[in-house]
Design a protein around this ligand. Structure first.
Ligand code: SF4
Length: 479
């Protein structure tokens, strides 16, 4: 499969950029999301101060994670909830399977949860004969296609209406029109029945409030509320870092998250769940479980270079502005988190630079991701540091190490540097046509495969400098 991590990153990228429908669909939606973010953040005012505040709160939580986790767990238990801590994906899935077996569950209904995608809970359930239904529209679409999400917020971003209409028509047994109301009405009609029949509801958790043991979800479709209230058991998956100390801190993220994610002032629903149904409550699950997932996060805790990446609130804004993501979509990254955040966090969570160490190279290092991040994570700096780490681990190809040694030898001495530049200049007439190199040699081929490379200036900066300073000394005029 072209998106499998065993397939080299370059090949995955080649496959993605050959898919014109994917590029058009991703561009259309990321343009819309980015435009919405710019106008809604401007309308809020003092956006930089909000970002600073977001960074302060998240950095504080991550620095005191043991304290806030302890407080959160204690408060969930006080309200009668069950807390499970999973060291890794396998454990998280086992815990969930145990809950499902204990309830003799036949069907599980999910709202959007990236952590559940991270631990691959759907496959494990299906392998154990449990039916899994995704109720978020985007997730439902990709489930029908048998694919993984390709965006943190908009999982089916790479699909257009025509592709979705064809897929829904297969299920409906009749040709549906490709207008949005018809497609959403169809999904609604199919999913309604599932809400009433599910044995367990699964949700994610955008934030968890330590002072009360609550989980908070930002949703737009209303499915989150049904998933967490209709089935008798509610299981929430949560990355261990997703805590906020108090409701007061939530205010900052009510402002930052929806604006950064979808350009909305606020999502249609902001749900706070304080555990299972209590006496006198009109609705709610009878049993509430939280699965707190580590799965590599403690690899990052305490690492001075990378700890700040745990501040991430999974808004997806860095994806929408990334020129690489916008051209290849999410699947080419090979794992659940795509874009700049994925390129940083995937090798760190997996602590595997041999398989995932190429991801930090999927960036132009333009810095747009850092600028877009609502909690000021210096993503492009981290991408450079991860590249350096890969070099330190000796995982770069032998030819690259030889090339850099040769480059160092050449550029380390002024006379050799001048000689190499002269040699390169002699090559230009053979390579450049009308100011551009259309077919570059060796590694430059990767660049010129997709666009022309501007021909270097005929005179180097040093030559020009020498000429100008010579003329100045000789009293020349340089107007
Ligand atoms: S790194 Fe920042 S911009 Fe990217 S998803 Fe996380 S919070 Fe959003």
């Amino acid at each position: 499969m072209s998106t499998h991590p065993a397939v080299p990153l370059k090949e995955r990228i080649r496959h993605a950029i050959a898919d014109e429908a994917l590029i058009q669909a991703v561009k259309k939606t990321t343009d819309k999301l980015e435009g919405g973010k710019l106008s809604s953040s401007e309308a809020l005012g003092n956006w930089e101060q909000w970002r600073e505040q977001g960074n302060r709160i998240r950095s504080h939580v991550v620095a005191h994670l043991d304290y806030y986790l302890g407080q959160f767990i204690e408060n969930v238990k006080k309200r009668g909830g069950h807390v499970h801590v999973a060291d890794n994906a396998k454990q998280a899935v086992e815990i969930f399977l145990q809950i499902a077996k204990g309830k003799n569950a036949k069907s599980v209904l999910k709202s959007k949860s990236m952590v559940s995608e991270e631990v691959h809970v759907n496959k494990a359930l299906e392998d154990n004969g449990v039916k899994v239904i995704e109720s978020d529209l985007g997730e439902y679409i990709i489930q029908l296609f048998g694919e993984a999400p390709s965006h943190i917020i908009v999982p089916a971003i790479h699909k257009n209406r025509f592709q979705i209409a064809d897929k829904f028509s297969e299920i409906a047994g009749e040709q549906l029109t490709h207008d949005t109301p018809t497609l959403t009405a169809f999904a609604r009609q199919v999913l309604r029945k599932e809400f009433l029949e599910a044995d367990i509801g699964v949700s994610g958790s955008n934030f968890a409030i330590a002072e009360s043991g609550s989980i908070v979800m930002f949703t737009n479709e209303g499915n989150g509320r049904m998933v967490t209230t209709l089935p008798p058991v509610h299981v929430a998956f949560m990355g261990m870092e997703r805590l906020l100390p108090s409701f007061e801190d939530l205010e900052t993220f009510v402002n930052l998250l929806p604006r950064s994610a979808t350009g909305q002032k606020i999502t249609s629903y902001v749900s706070v769940i304080n555990g299972a149904r209590q006496e006198g409550d009109l609705d709610g699950a009878q049993e509430f479980h939280v699965i707190i997932v580590d799965n590599g996060r403690t690899n990052i805790l305490g690492d001075e270079e990378f700890q700040e990446v745990l501040n991430c609130i999974r808004c997806g804004a860095c994806l929408n502005v990334c020129p690489v993501y916008r051209h290849i979509g999410g699947h080419a990254y090979g794992d659940v988190y795509p874009g700049p955040i994925g390129a940083v966090i995937t090798p760190l969570l997996k602590n595997d630079f041999e398989t995932w160490g190429d991801l930090p190279y999927a960036s132009s290092l333009c810095g747009a991701c850092t600028e877009a991040c609502p909690v000021q994570i210096p993503l492009h700096d981290m991408l450079v540091k991860l590249r350096a780490k890969k070099v330190r681990l000796g995982l770069t190809p032998g030819w690259e190490r030889t090339a850099f040694r040769a480059w160092k030898g050449m550029f380390g001495k002024a006379n050799r540097y001048k000689l190499s530049i002269k040699a390169a200049q002699m090559m230009i007439p053979f390579l450049a046509k009308e100011g551009y190199i259309e077919k570059g040699p060796l590694n430059m081929m990767g660049w010129t495969h997709a666009r022309h490379f501007p021909s270097p200036a005929k005179q180097t900066f040093r030559d020009q400098w020498e000429r100008i300073s010579g003329e100045l000394k000789g009293g020349g005029n340089h107007e």
